[in-house]
Design a binder for this molecule. Structure first.
Ligand code: BES
Ligand code: MN
Ligand code: ZN
Length: 496
């Protein structure tokens, strides 16, 4: 665990193993680079004038020996054009600095990039991004390795306060809460299906409640769900030997009459497809089909860490989707908690089958808004790739708020339409609706399916199939959309 501190010593008397300062294109120094330059008789400007660092976004240069100061080293970081530094470029540059430091033997550093003006953002934002980025650079998915992975030497990062220590301190606190939420989500998501089961997720929720007095957790068992009439959810878990769980976390930060923001996260701890079995290649990645639920856990924890003056509920329907003698068969018809009957034309479209009952259950909390997050469709990946999360919903204002939060959090979303006309594709000859809508517009027809269960409240759906994890050499969970959701909660809390 890394320590993040506020540095309020002027550079003249600061002692640190490494100072991180910015340079811009066109041999322009940032304020701190300039101060350091005076302290070192023009060393910095000399190096920049030599052309050893051009100042392009994310350029880095480590100068590992300085004299005449207690600052032992300096890491120069390029920020591009001084007059138009975008949020995205700032984050890119910070990531590059964090990567350089994580690969070094430096154990404590001081970062001055709190001072560099980013378009449309304040100092709190800079500080928050710095903490998020450095923390992410230290994440290791080594809980199943027999030896822990090599840890970075860096254990302490101080952030320069400039003139407003409150702004930087707030950013550190927010950044840390988000980073810990992201890290929690990544750890749960990277665990394989034989470790991360519905019962494991339930234990994680109980653990979070144990560590945060403002969170309480309830776990419903299959027998409870039967009583509630969750025939759709239970039909999926019937094909698995792992008992399903319906996990609820309630964060209480406002009065009990304050309507909560409700998150519903898909917690499919392994999706083999069921009888409509998936092809073998890459199937291991279906351990990530619980990333929505992991993000709910991380977001609720962050809300509690930040003592936000709002109420938040997290609902996690969790199950496996396996082929089994008792599993759903194509053509089976089940009855959801809402009373709608569903013809299961493809057992691999199971996410919507467990979510629809959880979305009906959500009404019990008298929600202000309900936002579900799910690795729901391969079609969403085809449509938006791995950059944007798919956003759908029945309320323009809510979708706009989520889009605004996503821009500030650098956790992108793109809205897809849910026109009435798409509902045609979900018609069934035998039941109220079918669970698939054919070849075209698969992300949208999945959203349309959910929309049939969310008519009584303001609702948004985030399809994170393309954004919750990375494949290939960089295989691993991303922790998205925790940054987006915490930003949304921060915005809601500020408006409250
Ligand atoms: N968990 C998958 C969605 C998914 C697939 C996420 C690939 C990320 C990568 C979901 O349960 C699923 O299997 N969806 C089907 C729906 C189809 C049968 C209508 C899909 O996308 O193929
Ligand atoms: Mn599936
Ligand atoms: Zn799935």
């Amino acid at each position: 665990m890394m320590d993040y501190l506020l540095a309020n010593t002027p550079l003249e008397s600061l002692a640190t193993e490494c100072l991180i300062v910015a340079v811009y294109e066109g041999t322009q120094l940032s304020a701190s680079a300039n101060t350091l330059d005076s302290l070192t008789d023009g060393l910095i400007i000399n190096i920049v004038e030599r052309g050893d660092i051009k100042g392009k976004v994310a350029d880095t240069l480590l100068i590992s020996y300085l004299t005449k100061t207690e600052i032992k080293r300096v890491l120069l970081v390029g920020l591009g054009d001084k007059n138009k530094l975008s949020a995205k470029d700032f984050r890119k540059a910070i990531n590059s600095a964090a990567k350089t430091l994580a690969a070094s033997s430096i154990s404590n550093a001081t970062c001055c990039l709190t001072e560099n003006k980013v378009s449309n953002q304040d100092r709190t934002w800079n500080a928050r991004q710095i903490v998020e980025s450095f923390d992410a650079s230290l994440y290791r998915a080594d809980s199943c390795k027999s030896e822990p992975a090599d840890k970075a030497a860096l254990t302490q990062l101080s952030l320069c306060q400039i003139d407003d220590s409150d702004a930087v301190q707030t950013g550190i606190k927010q950044g840390l809460a988000i980073a810990q939420g992201v890290s929690l989500a990544k750890h749960a998501s990277d665990l394989p299906g034989n470790y991360c089961t519905p019962s494991y997720l339930a234990e994680q929720a109980l653990e979070i409640a144990k560590n945060h007095a403002s969170i309480s957790t309830t776990i419903l068992e299959e027998s409870d769900m039967l009583e509630l009439g969750m025939g759709s959810f239970l039909s999926v878990s019937r094909g698995s030997r792992q008992p399903a769980k319906l996990i609820t976390l309630e964060y209480n930060g406002a009065g009990k009459d304050d309507k909560p923001i409700v998150f519903v996260g898909k917690g499919l701890t392994f999706d083999a497809g069921g009888i409509s079995l998936k092809p073998g290649s890459g199937m291991d990645e279906m351990k990530y089909d619980m990333c929505g639920s992991a993000a709910v856990l991380g977001t609720l924890q962050a809300a509690a860490e930040l003592n936000l003056p709002i109420n938040v509920v997290g609902i996690i329907p969790s199950s496996e989707n396996m082929p089994d003698g008792d599993a759903n068969k194509p053509g089976d018809i089940v009855t959801s908690m809402a009373g709608l009957t569903i013809e299961i034309l493809n057992t691999d479209a199971e996410g919507r089958l467990i979510l629809c009952d959880a979305l009906t259950y959500a009404k019990k909390f008298n929600p202000d808004v309900v936002i579900d997050l799910a690795t729901l469709t391969g079609a969403c990946m085809v449509a938006l790739g791995q950059i944007n999360t798919g956003l759908m919903g029945n309320d323009d204002a809510l979708c706009a708020e989520l889009t605004a939060a996503s821009t500030d959090a650098l956790d992108k979303v793109w809205r897809l339409p849910l026109d009435e006309e798409y509902q045609e594709q979900l018609k069934s000859n035998f039941a109220d609706l079918a669970n698939i809508g054919g070849r075209f517009g698969g992300a949208i027809t999945a959203g349309c399916f959910l929309s049939r269960f969310t008519e009584d409240y303001q609702w948004a759906h985030l399809d994170i199939a393309g954004t919750a994890w990375k494949s290939g050499d960089a295989k691993g969970a991303t922790g998205r959309p925790v940054p987006l959701l915490v930003q949304y909660l921060l915005n809601r809390a500020n408006a409250a």
